[in-house]
Design a protein around this ligand. Structure first.
Ligand SMILES: Nc1ncnc2c1ncn2[C@@H]1O[C@H](COP(=O)(O)OP(=O)(O)OP(=O)(O)O)[C@@H](O)[C@H]1O
Ligand SMILES: Nc1nc2c(c(=O)[nH]1)N=C(CO)CN2
Length: 166
């Protein structure tokens, strides 16, 4: 079994539909789906707000690279074009962790290097796995103490759980 934590983000088009399409596409691999958050953009700040969520998945037949390929397929299905780094996108699926796997290959860095600084990942991840540990960095609970939650607001009107395959 490999268990992965995936971060979903969208700030173009029907943002919620894009997140929902990712959860539906992950199908029976979905173990847990976080609440949806409206988040102010980091990186390139002159772009629309994002919707972000975190999904925990497991599948005995999918290794770390397999999760990256699944992520890319989901992005492509949502019509994502790779343009500006940290720029707007219909759907971004990042592989945050896969079990305790560490990788420094630029095509697949694990854990995802942005994670410790991103409230848009840590906040929803903590919601679904309050005891989670980011390999090499420590408990998510602790990491959350050093990031600002400004601009991160739960969207309780949006619920992705119904999109999961089980
Ligand atoms: N853990 C990972 N998850 C997803 N993509 C990764 C990961 N590690 C490396 N990459 C690589 O990052 C490249 C760029 O990805 P992407 O365009 O989504 O970056 P970004 O979303 O703008 O920035 P960031 O990765 O900091 O969120 C991809 O080609 C992908 O192979
Ligand atoms: N709040 C927020 N900001 C971002 C996000 C994201 O998912 N959420 N993704 C980006 C692309 O890498 C750039 N900036």
């Amino acid at each position: 079994m490999t268990r992965a934590v995936l971060s979903l983000g969208s700030n173009l088009g029907d943002r919620f539909a894009h997140l929902r399409s990712a959860v539906t596409g992950l199908g029976a691999a979905v173990v847990a789906v976080s609440p949806v958050y409206e988040t102010a953009p980091w990186g390139v700040t002159d772009q629309p707000d994002f919707l972000n969520a975190v999904v925990v998945v497991d599948d005995a037949g999918v290794d770390a690279w397999g999760w990256l390929y699944r992520a890319r397929e989901l992005e492509e299905a949502a019509g994502r074009e790779r343009t500006v780094r940290w720029g707007p996108r219909t759907l971004d699926v990042d592989v945050v962790t896969v079990d305790g796997v560490r990788s420094e290959d630029p095509e697949l860095v694990l854990p995802h290097p942005g994670t410790p600084d991103r409230a848009s990942v840590l906040v929803p991840w903590f919601d679904v796995q309050p005891e989670a540990v980011l390999p090499g960095h420590g408990p998510v609970r602790e990491l959350l103490r050093s990031v600002s939650r400004a601009g991160v607001a739960v969207r309780s009107d949006l619920d992705l759980r119904g999109a999961a395959g089980r």
